[in-house]
Design a protein around this ligand. Structure first.
Ligand code: ADP
Ligand code: MG
Length: 281
């Protein structure tokens, strides 16, 4: 392990309750558990152009980690590499210490690294409850089988209701997804992702296309679920990033420009310049 044995302060470990309820000894975390996701020299080249170059990221377990940067910085490409939608030209991706660089997306999801809004499709004419139930059913090994008996399906109802409750959607349980307001649909997508029992969630612009009210709701939701999950998100809305993130990595021209918390980065001249230079105030 690089860095040798190291202990974290108790304050750093407060978010470490894992999904199976296991918790670490007071004030101590095994180093192997400290960073849930790590990239080393991650690179993606498109015909001689480096969209992502030599990116080394470390995402601390339990954190909300944001990936930001001006347009064309390589955020989406980086995200697609992490979610296995793209194959890196060079570099490695480690998840819980395991090399997942060449692993298929479905296998990565099974390890608990899940991308929201992609793997979890929402069926518009199913109710919120039915949508979450289908996701749970899938997670528990039964493939899409809409002809299963009601009794079998109803087995998943309590868990589905619990997940809807977690994302603040109890009152929408019997509402078809298509009739739900946009922000609530996003919350439903998060619920169907949570049904896959992830340890880490990758969110691609969770606030995209949302109005002010929805942004606040989803931000609160993300904050709430982050008590149980590690979150890496690409997000354009800097006030959301400021409010939610424990750590922010700034990308420009495919490379890591800076990393830190919001107050550090907002004072960083290089970061300001990168945004201004690209026409983003
Ligand atoms: N499939 C592709 N082929 C060629 N160039 C690409 C491809 N995808 C992205 N790029 C280029 O890589 C750079 C980074 O893109 P992207 O990751 O989408 O940036 P961001 O999401 O930060 O705006 C851009 O210059 C873009 O044009
Ligand atoms: Mg993008």
């Amino acid at each position: 392990m690089p860095g040798g044995v190291r202990c974290l302060r108790d304050t750093d470990s407060k978010k470490l309750a894992t999904r199976d309820g296991a918790s670490r000894g007071r004030g101590e975390i095994c180093l192997a558990d400290e960073f849930i996701l790590e990239t080393q020299g991650l690179t993606k080249e498109f015909a001689g152009f480096f969209a992502v170059r030599d990116v080394s990221l470390k995402v601390r377990r339990g954190h909300i980690h944001a990936l930001i940067g001006p347009n064309g910085a390589g955020k989406t490409t980086c995200f697609n590499l992490l979610t296995k939608f793209l194959k890196p030209s060079a570099g490695t991706i480690l998840y819980k210490g395991q090399d997942i660089t060449s692993m298929a997306p479905a296998d990565v999801a099974r390890l608990g690294l899940v991308r929201s809004f992609q793997i979890s499709a929402v069926f518009p004419h199913m109710t919120a409850l039915e949508n979450v139930r289908v996701a749970l059913q899938r997670q528990h090994g039964s493939s899409f089988d809409f002809w299963r008996s009601k009794t079998v399906l109803n087995r998943f109802n309590p868990k589905a209701m619990e997940l809807l409750n977690d994302v603040g959607l109890s009152e929408f349980a019997n509402t078809p997804a298509v009739e739900m307001p946009y922000g609530r649909k996003r919350a439903l997508e998060i619920a169907t992702t949570l049904a896959l029992d992830p340890e880490m969630m990758l969110l691609d612009e969770p606030m995209a296309g949302m109005g002010h009210e929805d942004i606040e709701k989803i931000a609160t939701l993300i904050k709430r679920i982050s008590a149980k999950y590690t979150i890496l998100m690409v997000e354009h809305n800097l006030s959301v990033v400021a409010n939610l993130s424990d750590v922010i990595t700034v990308l420009t021209r495919g490379q890591v420009l800076a990393q830190g918390d919001y107050s550090e980065l907002s004072k960083d001249e290089r970061v300001k310049e990168a945004y201004l230079g690209a026409g983003h105030a």
